[in-house]
Design a protein around this ligand. Structure first.
Ligand code: HEM
Length: 444
């Protein structure tokens, strides 16, 4: 007979904490309830899994049993529609196969060039301001968002967002904040009711749709092959061997933009904060970059092993995708426990990355963990990019982008914090710094 899963009915006070200080609630629950528990939240039973073996069961060993029919993905779908990030099963598999070659190693070098161009453009803007003063104050979070959006636009779709990236990135961010608001307010009025939030959301979505449908039309009319992800979707076929519907292409483009810009930007924002507070690590990266002769290519950055570990460790402490949900299709066994069919399952990269049984001094920033100690932590205790067949398709892209931003920026500038402490964590769709990340930037 299965052992009863530790359960807890969430009180009103806890429900409020869950809404206002989600991460504190999650960490407290993990400490009090153990590695598997059932939380009864209103009408819903939510199973929280916080052990690498259980996570491996959901992501890999029995992954087909865990679909995306959850509030989290339904709310994402308000923006992306039915796409790679929100689906499971045959439709997902077909689209994953279609998109996968777009991230092949051979494609990444071309993308590295687009990334380098966007980074140089950002530095050009900084230099312009620095020509008049010795240092400047920047919100690095806004800078990283703007850069991230320009990079997904140009590297994946040959789209130039540089003119409106500052406004557009903030608008899309607002749209994603609305997605979080809908997840937290299950009784919110339907999106067609003209509340100020709904009106703003629908307006931004229309604006983004217009850009994307225009992009599809322009490319089709031009007949030019750019050998990018858009071409793959335009040439792609559905299950009936028919060209993909316009809406499916739109959904995949917006999926890549949404999944690919705020995630990297959030990770990079935390990178700047962490490095500015760990001069020893920054010095080691500078030393590695100092002797580096690689160019802006995948191979060029792959030799920067310490730099790569420093990025991995930021993604451990600040996993941009801090929460992942699934719904079980059939009953499933987790050691001595059984989770019923139709259950909501929650995996929190932030909590497993801080689990004291798998991470020594989890709060400490130690890039070396990802070098010498690699064999010492179980694979599914480090999941910033998820795992199994749904593993983030953009992982190599994200690592490449983060490395290039870091290397190119550190070789030219010094960044110092303007506040004594790191900004508080703000768990939205991604794990963001609350009120931005204000830093002083000077040339070196
Ligand atoms: C630091 C940056 C990134 C992080 C932390 C991240 C994280 C993740 C995670 C955790 C998942 C798994 C979600 C799940 O299991 O349901 C995922 C999936 C996905 N990511 Fe990323 N991601 C990043 C960057 C990117 C980029 C740059 C792109 C595209 C250019 C991208 C596109 C996607 C897509 C399309 C999926 C769905 C994959 C599938 O289900 O087949 N991501 N990402």
């Amino acid at each position: 007979m299965a052992t009863k899963i530790p359960s807890k009915k969430i009180t009103l006070t806890e429900a409020r904490e869950l809404q206002t200080d989600t991460l504190k609630f999650v960490m407290k629950t993990a400490a009090e309830m153990g590695d598997i528990c059932k939380l009864e939240v209103g009408f819903w039973d939510i199973y929280f899994l916080n052990h690498p073996d259980y996570i491996q069961r959901v992501f890999l060993d029995n992954w087909k049993n865990y679909g995306r029919d959850t509030f989290q993905f339904k709310n994402f779908a308000r923006v992306t529609g039915k796409g790679l990030l929100t689906t499971h099963g045959d439709y997902w598999q077909q689209h994953r196969r279609l998109a996968q070659p777009g991230f092949h190693k051979t494609k990444l070098d071309g993308m590295a060039q687009a990334m380098a161009t966007a980074i140089d453009r950002m530095h050009g803007r900084w230099d312009q301001q620095l020509s008049a003063q010795t240092n400047i104050q920047l919100d690095m979070d806004a800078e990283m968002l703007r850069l991230g959006l320009e990079i997904v636009g140009s590297a994946l779709f040959s789209l130039d967002f540089s003119e409106d990236s500052a406004d557009l990135s903030q608008e899309i961010l607002g749209m994603m904040q609305y997605v979080v608001y809908r997840s937290q307010n299950l009784l919110a009025l339907p999106t067609w009711v003209p509340t100020p939030k709904n009106v703003r959301f629908n307006r931004t979505l229309r604006k983004v749709d217009k850009i994307i449908y225009q992009l599809i039309q322009d490319r089709r009319r031009s007949g030019v092959q750019k050998n990018d992800l858009l071409d793959l979707f335009l040439d792609g076929r559905d299950a009936n061997n028919q060209p993909l519907a316009e809406e499916s292409i739109r959904n995949e483009i917006i999926t890549m933009i949404i999944a690919g810009y705020e995630t990297v930007a959030s990770g990079m924002s935390w990178m700047w904060d962490v490095l500015s507070r760990h001069p020893d690590v920054e010095a080691k990266i500078r030393e590695e970059i100092g002797t580096w002769e690689g160019g802006s290519t995948l191979e060029g950055v792959s030799v920067l092993r310490y730099t790569s570990a420093a990025i991995d460790e930021v993604f451990r402490l600040y996993p941009p995708s801090w929460l992942i949900t699934r719904r079980s299709q059939a009953e499933d066994q987790f050691g001595e426990y059984v989770i019923p069919a139709g259950s909501i399952v929650v995996i929190c990269p932030y909590s497993i990355h801080n689990h004291p049984s798998f991470w020594k001094d989890p709060k400490l920033y130690r890039p070396e963990r990802h070098l010498i100690d690699y064999a010492n932590y179980p694979k599914f205790s480090y999941i910033p990019f998820g795992g199994g067949p749904h593993l983030c398709i953009g992982r190599p892209f994200a690592k490449l982008e983060a490395s290039l931003v870091l290397v190119k920026t550190l070789s030219r500038y010094k960044l110092t914090p303007t506040t004594p402490n790191s900004p508080p964590l703000n768990p939205q769709v991604t794990l963001r710094p609350k009120h931005g990340l204000h830093m002083t930037v000077s040339s070196i």
